[in-house]
Design a protein around this ligand. Sequence first.
Ligand code: TRP
Length: 453
Amino acid sequence: MSDQNESIHGIWTSRWVFILAATGSAVGLGNIWKFPYITGENGGGAFVLIYLVCIVLIGIPILMVETMLGRRGRKSPINAMSHLIAEAKARPWWKIIGYSGTLAGFLILSYYSVIAGWALYYGIGMVQGQFAGLGAIEVQAVFDGLVASPYTLLAYHTLFMVMTMGVLARGVNKGIGKAVSFLMPCLFILLAILLAYSFSTGRMMDAAEFMFSFDVSKLSKDSILVAMGHAFFTLSLGMGAIMVYGAYMPQNASIASTALTVGFFDTLVALIAGLCIFPIVYKFNLDMSSSDAGLLFRTLPIAFAQMEAGMFFGAVFFLLVTFAAWSSAISLIEPVVAWLVESGHSRVKASIVSGVLCWFVGIGTLLSFNEWSGIEYQLQGKTFFAWIEYITANFMLPLGGVFMAIFAGWVMKDTKVMKELKMESEAMYVVFRVIIRIVAPIAVLVVIVNALK
Ligand code: TRP
């Protein structure tokens, strides 16, 4: 099956569609809220520098590994791994990479869809002008009211799931390819509109100072871990989303330069997002003490409620969040859909079955915010939602990434890896090899051990 320019699911019409799809997967809540925030918290410019080193040194090499495994296997992560294992005559338990990654994507989507539903709800609310003129307390009450209502959450979770599965049902090029070719340019335009607004607040310099001032005293030893964990998360590594997109990549496209482009766009969006959000935070004196999604949904809307044309900018902002989440969501469950298609089901049926199952698991998450939030429903102090999030983000994704790197570095034949990557320079290849064999596995294991403490 090696060196073929075919998969039963189709091949992207060009290298650029892969770049858009992978960037679509990578750009998500992680870029829009998490990155700007952790940057500010960890000493700005110094942290950005460490983060960039982590992206280049660990993120991009593992991104290359995932793409390479997918393209060589030319199938869903489960079957691609089986093929590569047979090719390398490796032990069958390596198959766990495919299964655990596919399961991780499914589990992540079950809660991602609930949160994306919030963005949909806010976007629609802004368009209707529901937030106009509200004060801080009323805006927060909207959020509290939303998460307290299982039926409202269910409606938006269902809508988002239908949007996601609708794209997948149409196939690789007609569905995913078309969707990302529309969503990603829109996302950049929406970002540009917000950036223009943020310049007009007159607080851009404060934002830039918060994000880029070189305050080494704020760097802690945890900063490196935060940067490394985030590099991994923001590039969507470790579960097979990039692998399955790699399976549809044209054979002659260069994996290294493509991976660099995806890493570049992902970082660009993260930096611009910070420069959009912080001027607003400063201008409206918002409290930025909570670093989680709550800030996006509880605090930022206060500014939109009060600013001139706030409903317009609010709608733009939440449309942006929705689009970012949408293009990530389709990559989360494509490994399941592709695997079902390979088992003989039609794409439409595969999308419906996996979508309904994932929707059902998501109900556990939406109840975690209301009916099941009580202590009697928790296990070790964590709700259903918190458990899924904790296990996938801290263990399944990083472990998946380590095993992929070890498989490509130690198990696969050197010549096959090199051929698939088509790296021009021998020296670069040697560096790449040292990274995936030694540096990346050790770095990621340190992150995991630290998450356990
Ligand atoms: N990269 C996404 C973000 O920055 C989140 C994410 C992590 C993800 N792993 C993923 C998205 C796998 C899709 C697939 O928000």
